[in-house]
Design a protein around this ligand. Structure first.
Ligand SMILES: [Zn+2]
Length: 116
């Protein structure tokens, strides 16, 4: 390839032109892939959109490991929170049904399910 500053021929894999010292397009491409902030924003995204978080995790695993980890953790937290909420609701319903059942109030059980 040719240097876009001085126009002299340089190596295809060169990051800096040996003639004028200007960064080549290789160096700019390298900068973009290094842009791996791993910001908490990806974790938030992964939490609210766990499917997106999971996809980003799989896509970025090699290229942007920090961002991939943040998105993956966000999705993981969503799954954990979802399971906890599900278990709590299940336990509450179970306790209500048991307490109604022990009082012999079977009439209230269908009413409870109609509310849910
Ligand atoms: Zn040059």
């Amino acid at each position: 390839m040719f240097c876009r500053n001085c126009g002299k021929e340089i190596d295809e894999k060169a990051y800096v032109c040996p003639h004028c010292g200007v960064l080549t397009s290789n160096a700019e491409a390298q900068k973009k892939t290094v842009n791996d902030s791993g910001s908490a924003g990806w974790g938030v995204l992964g939490f609210f959109f766990p499917i997106v978080g999971l996809i980003l995790f799989l896509i970025w695993r090699d290229e942007r490991p920090k961002s991939a980890k943040a998105a993956g953790i966000g999705a993981l937290i969503f799954v954990i929170v979802y399971v906890i909420i599900f278990v709590i609701i299940f336990v509450i319903i179970f306790v209500i049904i048991i307490s109604i059942g022990t009082q012999g109030g079977t009439v209230f059980v269908p009413a409870l399910f109609s509310v849910l």
